[in-house]
Design a protein around this ligand. Structure first.
Ligand SMILES: *Cc1c(COP(=O)(O)O)cnc(C)c1O
Length: 452
């Protein structure tokens, strides 16, 4: 015979339970106590009040823990979509927090006391940074493309080169977006070669626009030919059609002076004759998730009048963060210091190597029981489809598990993912690689190692 289970009230009177109620709240602790007792009853087991209280506290704390938490991005992919892409500059975080905590002039003109427009907060900066007449901001770049197509080409045809019918991670496929936007995709040319004459021949009475998609996450090499933007723009304009470019990553500044490969900017795309350009807020721009459309005022007006704009608009927090990021772009030197995205992308190899040399002996000692650790050269990537073929030289801690067996390295990786601040690396050749490019919190990293 097992002794009867303690009553809920008795468990709650345990000193530890009292502390937990203070810390976690009465309702969650009460729920957890009931759940623990139900579990014991179902198992036909028993426990004293103190034990039930302890278990309930662990259960309540686990249930109340934040689901989304900071992690160490040691994958070597700087703009990692699954890990939240761009980390924001401090001034953007402060601006977002201030806007979210308060009533703001989000859609209110302080001069006239009349209703204003939320996108007005970005307009001046985007005009200055891209040369565009007008702009519109939405939830993300996929949303920007969807909105643009729906507003300008509903029940009409859109010409796109066959070589640009891309899928970008997270199920953004140009053909799917086209059909959801209510447009008919007309594929032009072949996968590897498309010529201006192909576009000219494809234009018909139902054509609404010509679109170019920046092949963000791949490159076609070998016997290839794409039509230069300027030629496409000229053809479109001769036939009275808008020419739009989906840039994707869209850095607002030339990255070459920072030692990074050149990525076409919205300003350049507009200068080549694009009427509209779309790009993401949280890729090379280094801001919050957003999609930006810049270009001709007349087309932006049509976009802003579309009901989808209302469904895809940005909230005040992200608008404030974006405004702060754009403001930083006014001074590229400052931007490099303040933007974590640019700082990580341009982090000198020597600095990463020095960090690795500092960490190596420490990590070797701390992980002595579970892995052999070396410092190895590796290649980071920018991520999010930006500059796909370019790699950034970096250093990684390479952990080879001491345990033998097919799953040893996966088991090791899982242990690092189970830390309070999970460490996410990548597995290659039976080793767990921690690329150090994005590791800035050295003390925090060492603290987590102590918990291994
Ligand atoms: C990333 C990307 C998108 C999608 O942008 P999100 O901001 O992720 O919605 C669309 N087009 C191109 C060319 C891209 O690179």
């Amino acid at each position: 015979m097992s002794s009867p289970l303690p009553a809920v009230d008795l468990v709650l009177r345990m000193p530890a339970a009292g502390d937990a109620v203070e810390r976690l709240g009465r309702a969650p602790v009460l729920d957890a106590v009931r759940a623990e007792l139900a579990q014991l009853r179902a198992d036909g087991a028993t426990a004293d009040a103190e034990t039930v209280a302890q278990k309930a506290i662990v259960r309540a704390a686990a249930e109340l823990a934040a689901s989304q938490r900071p992690v160490f991005n040691l994958t070597g992919t700087v703009l990692h979509t699954n890990l939240g892409r761009a980390p924001l500059p401090p001034e953007a975080i402060e601006a977002a927090a201030r806007a979210m905590a308060n009533a703001t002039n989000l859609e209110y003109e302080l001069g006239s006391g009349k209703r204003g427009e939320r996108d007005a907060h970005l307009r001046g900066w985007l005009r200055k940074l891209t040369g565009a007449e007008a702009s519109s901001a939405v939830n993300n770049n996929a949303g920007a493309v969807l909105l643009l197509l729906n507003a300008l080409a509903l029940r009409k045809e859109v010409l796109v080169s066959r070589g640009e019918l891309i899928e970008i991670g997270g199920a953004f496929r140009i053909p799917d977006i086209m059909s959801r936007a209510g447009c008919k995709l007309v594929e032009v040319g072949t996968t590897n070669r498309t010529h201006l004459i192909d576009f000219a021949n494809a234009i018909g009475p139902k054509t609404a626009l010509i679109m170019k998609v920046h092949p963000s996450n791949y490159a076609i090499q070998g016997f290839t030919s794409a039509v230069p933007e300027a030629d496409l723009a000229k053809l479109a304009h001769e036939r009275g059609l808008p020419f739009v470019i989906d840039l994707g990553s869209g850095s607002l500044i030339d990255l070459a002076p920072f030692g990074l490969p050149h990525e076409p900017t919205p300003r350049e795309a507009l200068a080549l004759g694009a009427d509209l350009v779309t790009f993401s807020g949280d890729k090379l721009l280094g801001g919050p998730q957003a999609g930006l459309i810049v270009g001709k005022a007349e087309l932006i007006r049509r976009i802003d009048r579309n009901p989808l704009k209302r469904a895809l608009r940005l909230d005040k927090g992200r608008l404030a963060a974006l405004e702060a990021v754009l403001r930083l772009h006014a001074d590229p030197d400052r931007l490099r210091q303040r933007s974590p995205t640019l700082r990580l992308l341009t982090r000198p190899e020597a600095e990463i190597a020095a960090l690795g040399e500092r960490l190596l002996p420490l990590v070797q000692v701390k992980l002595a029981a579970m892995a052999d650790v070396e410092l190895v050269p590796c290649q980071s990537q920018i991520g999010s489809g930006s500059l796909p073929v370019d790699r950034l030289p970096s250093r990684a801690l390479a952990l080879r598990p001491k345990a033998r067996g097919g799953k040893a390295v996966e088991t090791l990786a899982a242990r690092f993912r189970a830390l309070a601040v999970p460490m996410i690396g990548r597995i290659a050749d039976g080793r767990l690689l921690f690329d150090l490019r994005c590791l800035e919190d050295e003390p925090g990293f060492c603290q987590q190692l102590d918990l291994m």
